[in-house]
Design a protein around this ligand. Structure first.
Ligand code: C2E
Ligand code: MG
Ligand code: MG
Length: 663
């Protein structure tokens, strides 16, 4: 159907073109012919007038010279022999009419052509002969030639018709062939490789060639699209880094497996690398990725009987085990414990990469379930088990519904703490630090959370939760800013101008690149003296990346900050650290002070720390001075700085202003 329309259209165009061309040619030819014909007629009359004048010159002369009447009648007879001559007038040299000839039938409507010819004899002019000729008009010529015109039109139009048929076929054949070919193509994802045979070497050939190139491009594009679709499906199901299933792929696959199962036990292992963010921050994300790939390889090689392996991001792997034969829970517990032990042992092995060493910290949460269960539920349970295990510092932990409440509370606190920063619910309390004469030497800034529901919360309730995420960085920055703001006021007051302020710094906060720049900006903003700020660090900070930590500490010292080692005696208490890091102060952990009269060894430890401090030229401050006896004994032992409930509890700034500074 479509083809017929295309055909008509081209034939019509070609016929219009040829017919109009033929028409214009015939018309032009006819006009040229008419003008040529007219011109020819005139020339012929001129020749005739000259000829007649010459032939009849004797007669004309006689008429002029002797005016014989019989000559005139003879002349008239002779002139009648020329039917084209209408009128002849003979003039002598004085322009006097000598003779007049008029044709028998005067036809006034005819076109008249006039011509005067001089009458010469033996080189002398005797007069002139005036002729009037009959001449055909354009219309007469047209009427004369109408038959020829009509006939030639007929011949030419017939010829044109044949040409139209021929030429339209010449154009339409390659086009229709192409249209037929194109109509057969099925454009879809499974499109075949189409190619049209190209017999032409002209523009049609070029068109065919372009169509083939286009079809080839479409084919390549569709192939690429198909491949991309395939890749996308893979990406939607698999994790690009480890090659394991991603969360979505895992849930779909586990649903399939569980859907087919009737009575059997399954176990879901949620494995977390808890120190992954440290590698990412301290080393780089590339190194973090390398570690994850290595761990995935280990899991794949060693736990090949696992039904599914997945990596769900942020250092979390999932392993799914299913037992076909019904087993009692006891055996299952034993088996899964063995798997979990093997997992922790294998994955906690130190990995070396580019001359660096990294030891992953692995925790495993396990959920055991019987027959059908929602995979998301199993994932949630094994994750809760993992979180609880982390809280309790147990590497392997099984899901127990009782722990779920605790985890929920943890998540609630985390969510609320995020808002607490924005809603001004955080506050700094200050615990005064004293010298040997109960004189105030400084303070320690201690954070509190005015919780809208639970009242004033101590840091133990929320700092460990904040420390698991980057929230601790924001909180840490808030503490530094507020402590500096307070120090600015104390610097201006005569009573407090020498007070120092101790600020607790978390490991994550210390490792952050922005830590020192933020400190510098803040001290500049509040115009405070960095020598009056003691940054309290924990020993756990020194375990990793000692060079980087030491460099950072030296930079802080150069700026002017003082560095204090908090809770000394409870952690590694390595003398190596005291030697390697530029510390100004050691804080004896409160547990030694509180128990100093109950356990003799605690006094010995305190003595040793005081001795060490003296030796290494670091000042020593005792925490947890709860009673007067503690204070007195510590003084006797040679301690010069004190902090504890006996001297002052952590207080709000209003309290300090009202009761300490006004007194
Ligand atoms: P810390 O730095 O060792 O702070 C001393 C803790 O001991 C304080 O508890 C203080 O109230 C308590 N304390 C002081 N004197 C005595 C005493 O005589 N007897 C007893 N039993 N306890 C005493 P707080 O304020 O609850 O802080 C607990 C911990 O929370 C701090 O230990 C510190 O590690 C952390 N923390 C507090 N504020 C911040 C902060 O702004 N940032 C960070 N990252 N951690 C903070
Ligand atoms: Mg402290
Ligand atoms: Mg402490």
């Amino acid at each position: 159907m479509k083809t017929a329309i295309y055909k008509d259209s081209i034939e019509k165009r070609i016929s219009q073109l040829i017919f109009s061309l033929v028409f214009i040619i015939i018309l032009t030819a006819y006009v040229i012919f008419t003008f040529w014909y007219l011109n020819n007629e005139k020339n012929e009359r001129i020749t005739l007038s000259k000829g007649v004048t010459k032939i009849l010159s004797q007669d004309f002369l006689r008429l002029i010279l002797i005016d014989e009447i019989n000559v005139a009648s003879d002349l008239t007879k002779k002139l009648q022999a020329f039917p084209k001559i209408q009128k002849v007038i003979l003039y002598n040299n004085k322009d006097k009419k000598i003779y007049l000839y008029q044709a028998d039938i005067p036809q006034e409507s005819l076109n008249i052509f006039t011509q005067s010819t001089p009458l010469n004899y033996q080189g002398k002019q005797y007069g002139k002969v005036y002729f009037e000729f009959k001449i055909e008009s354009i219309w007469e010529i047209f009427l004369d030639n109408i038959k020829i015109l009509f006939l030639s039109l007929l011949v030419f139009l017939s010829l044109s018709y044949i040409l139209v048929r021929l030429y339209s076929a010449y154009f339409t054949t390659p086009l229709l062939h192409l249209v037929n070919f194109l109509e057969k193509i099925e454009f879809n994802d499974h499109m075949k490789h189409y190619k049209i045979k190209n017999p032409y070497k002209d523009e049609f050939g070029k068109l065919y060639e372009e169509i083939n190139i286009m079809l080839n491009n479409i084919n390549t594009f569709l192939k690429e699209k198909k491949e991309a679709k395939k890749q996308l499906t893979l990406m939607q199901r698999y994790d690009g880094l480890t090659g394991f299933l991603n969360k979505r792929g895992f849930i779909n696959s586990i649903k399939n497996i569980l859907g087919k199962e009737k009575d059997s036990w399954s176990a879901l292992f949620y494995i977390k690398v808890t120190n992954l963010s440290t590698i990412n921050h301290v080393y780089s994300y590339q190194e973090g990725d390398y570690i994850l790939k290595e761990l995935a390889k280990k899991i794949k090689d060693a736990f090949s009987d696992s039904k599914l392996n997945a990596y769900v991001g942020s250092g979390n792997f999932i392993l799914f085990y299913k037992k076909d034969i019904f087993q009692d829970k006891e055996t299952l517990l034993k088996e899964t414990k063995n798997i979990a032990d093997a997992l922790v042992t294998l994955l906690s092995q130190t990995i070396q990469h580019k001359e660096k060493e990294f030891t992953p910290e692995i925790y495993v949460g396990i959920d055991l379930f019987y027959a059908h269960k929602d995979p998301l539920e199993a994932m949630k349970h094994s994750h809760i088990a993992l979180q609880t295990g982390k809280e309790k510092e147990q590497k392997i932990f099984y899901y127990d519904p009782k722990n779920e409440l605790q985890i929920k509370e943890y998540f609630n606190i985390f969510k609320e703490l995020n808002d607490a920063l924005q809603n001004d619910q955080l506050e700094l309390y200050y615990q005064l630090q004293y010298g040997t004469k109960e004189n105030i030497i400084g303070t320690e800034a201690l954070i509190r959370w005015n919780h809208p529901k639970f009242g004033l919360l101590t840091p133990y309730k929320f700092i460990p939760i904040a420390e698991r995420t980057d929230l601790i960085i924001k909180i840490g920055e808030w503490v530094i800013e507020n402590a500096c703001k307070q120090l600015q006021l104390w610097q201006k007051n005569e009573k407090t101008k020498d007070w120092t302020i101790s600020v607790n710094v978390s490991a994550k906060q210390f490792y952050k690149q922005s830590f020192i720049p933020h400190l510098e900006t803040t001290i500049a903003m509040y115009k405070v003296d960095p020598h009056k700020i003691k940054l309290e660090l924990l020993e756990s900070l020194f375990v990793k990346n000692q060079q980087e930590v030491s460099d950072k500490m030296n930079t802080l010292k150069t700026i002017g900050f003082q560095l204090s080692l908090d809770d000394f005696g409870t952690g590694f208490s390595s003398l190596q650290y005291l030697k390697a890091f530029p510390l100004d102060q050691i804080k004896v952990d409160q547990s030694f002070v509180i128990n100093m009269f109950k356990n003799e060894k605690d006094i010995k430890i305190i003595k040793t720390i005081l001795y060490l401090g003296n030796l290494l030229e670091m000042n020593v401050i005792a925490e947890g001075v709860e009673e007067k006896q503690h204070y007195e004994k510590l003084k006797k032992l040679g301690c010069h700085h004190f902090q504890g409930y006996y001297l002052a509890k952590p207080q709000s700034i209003d309290y300090i202003n009202k009761y300490i500074l006004k007194s």
